[in-house]
Design a protein around this ligand. Structure first.
Ligand SMILES: [Zn+2]
Length: 271
């Protein structure tokens, strides 16, 4: 399933539309996972969990499988995704209402908006799937278990005055929100984590260089399919949570921020 996104112009692909194919159960599940179980257009849940688990979504074609003459005119010259109209890349899970709206009131702006969503979701999804293959040492589990019990009151903020300057070299002005978040986490937790890891290593509970290599590898894997640092950051956070089987997102963000400061994550930007 995991392959690079194919992007072409519809005018260059006269054979793009092929006979409708039904969707396998496994592809159906992947479509649901790709959108994180939420309709990408309205945000509604795509599974109702009541007495019985009910599916409240359909798999929509982004570029129509059998375009009407109106569709052909409206969508003249647009970008299309995937080998053909039946490929995974041209399909996306939508709630019933959004699917109906999309199919019957299509205009080029709506088309391009859905295309953009698909592109982002697909990239994030494939990055996550690649990351799942990386083997993580026990070290990270040890680390995260300890970090969840961090007592902020024991930390000394003033010791870290110089640190934020360095973050600026790794996140550009266009990534302001992420920069603010990472800087705040680093200011609060960097020394604490550093000392903690040192202690863990001293009592032979951690091999820091092995841990750092693992994080670096995860980062490099994420950069292969993700462009923006926000997406990479989020993918690494999700990866860390799933690998450590923990659910404290804030805690995972703190750890990833630590490794940004420590240079395993993000290379220097040139501005
Ligand atoms: Zn919807």
């Amino acid at each position: 399933m995991i392959q690079k996104l194919i992007e072409r112009n519809i005018n260059d692909c006269p054979d793009y539309c092929i006979k409708r194919q039904s969707i396998s159960d496994s592809d159906d599940r992947l479509h649901l996972l790709e959108v994180n179980g939420l309709c990408p257009l309205c945000g509604d849940k795509l599974i109702n969990i009541g007495n019985k688990r009910t599916k409240v979504y359909e798999i929509a074609h982004i570029y129509p499988n059998s375009p009407t003459s109106d569709d052909l005119m409206i969508l003249n010259g647009v970008t299309i995704l995937g080998e053909n109209s039946e490929s995974f890349q041209n399909k996306i899970a939508l709630c019933f209402n959004c699917h109906k709206d999309y199919d019957f009131h299509k205009n080029v702006d709506e088309y391009n908006m859905l295309l953009k969503k698909k592109r982002e979701l697909y990239k994030a999804f494939t990055a996550k799937s690649d990351l799942a293959n990386i083997d993580v040492s026990q070290n990270l589990e040890v680390l995260l278990k300890r970090i969840t019990t961090i007592d902020i009151s024991t930390m000394n903020k003033t010791e870290l005055r110089l640190v934020p300057l360095e973050i600026k070299q790794k996140l550009s002005a266009s990534e302001t929100n992420l920069r603010i978040k990472v800087t705040a986490f680093v200011t609060e937790y960097y020394l604490f984590i550093k000392n903690y890891l040192k202690n863990l290593e001293e009592v032979k509970q951690l091999n820091f260089s092995k841990l750092a290599t693992t994080i670096k590898l995860a980062y490099q894997t994420a950069t292969e399919s993700l462009d923006s640092k926000n997406e990479i950051f989020d993918a690494l956070v999700e990866w860390l949570l799933s690998k450590t089987n923990t659910s404290d997102k804030g805690c995972a963000e703190i750890v990833i921020s630590y490794f940004i400061q420590n240079c395993e994550v993000f290379d220097e930007v040139t501005e």
